[in-house]
Design a protein around this ligand. Structure first.
Ligand code: ADP
Ligand code: ADP
Length: 226
């Protein structure tokens, strides 16, 4: 089954805004996929629905063949989400942030500790495992958000504008971590409005505008058309 299959997805918010007007897309297992589009295009709405934070109005969504409505719990367990805003407790240590998050998902303490070390190393944060998170640099905080989402071992990692508003050095550090995660087999979807980011990271992409997919395919093919 595809990592993500979206069929004729529609979303109308209570205020009448049609954020998605019949979106269909497929993401293959192991892919690194960009959802590219300007502000207000519907990117956050789409990933909100895929990660069960937003209810759809119509259409079908399956994650590795699991329907997000009929098997909601199972679908949610397949997905890790990195939200745009840094939302961990700045007065906790990275190691504790990761272990507490795992505990919330019922992962036993010893397993959580092992995973925390693995994820902190992959995010180039192991030396910072025991400092107060408040003291981390902007790039470190964002990589910690990624490490936290990986604690549940999601098969599909979704990131909402992971590098919005950060400088190129910080972006490169995040890209390195994301490439390692994808290289180890996790499918990644990220939203971005930087073509450069999609170009650097992604094999396939969809371009969304005003709630409609206007182009979809391989990065290579798209670039050859520009
Ligand atoms: P993007 O992530 O591409 O910037 P969004 O999915 O956030 O786009 O927004 C798509 C459209 O839906 C926009 O017109 C936005 O104003 C509207 N929208 C987003 N969230 C809500 C909401 N909770 N209630 C009403 N309208 C919303
Ligand atoms: P940032 O600059 O992103 O806030 P750091 O202060 O940790 O983060 O960056 C210090 C150095 O570590 C930089 O030279 C950066 O290139 C490198 N670095 C950042 N992220 C990674 C990573 N994921 N893997 C390896 N090295 C990294």
């Amino acid at each position: 089954a595809p990592a993500l299959s979206v069929r004729d997805l529609r979303k109308t918010y209570d205020n009448g805004v049609q954020a998605l007007k019949g979106v269909s897309l497929d993401v293959r297992p192991g892919d690194f996929f960009a959802l590219l589009g300007p502000n207000g295009a519907g990117k956050s709405t789409l990933i909100g629905i895929v990660s069960s934070l937003v209810n759809k109005s119509a259409g079908d969504v399956e994650i590795f063949g699991v329907d997000i409505n009929r098997q909601r719990g199972e679908a949610m367990r397949l997905v890790g989400l990195v939200p745009q805003e840094i939302n961990f407790n700045l007065f906790e240590k990275p190691f504790d942030i990761l272990c507490n998050y795992a505990g919330f998902y019922g992962i036993p303490r010893e397993e959580a500790a092992a995973r925390a070390e693995e994820e902190l190393r992959r995010a180039h944060l192991w030396e910072k495992a025991q400092v107060m998170s408040r003291t981390l640099s902007g790039g470190m905080k964002r990589r910690l958000m990624i490490a936290r989402a990986m604690m549940t071992r999601p098969r599909l990692l979704i990131l909402d504008e992971p590098t919005a508003g950060v400088d190129i050095e910080i972006r490169r550090g995040m890209w390195k971590t994301l490439r390692e995660i994808n290289g180890a087999g996790t499918t990644i979807i990220l939203t971005t409005h930087y073509l450069e980011e999609a170009e650097s990271l992604c094999r396939h992409l969809a371009i969304i505008d005003k709630g409609t997919i206007i182009q979809q395919g391989s990065m290579k093919k798209l670039l050859s058309q520009l």
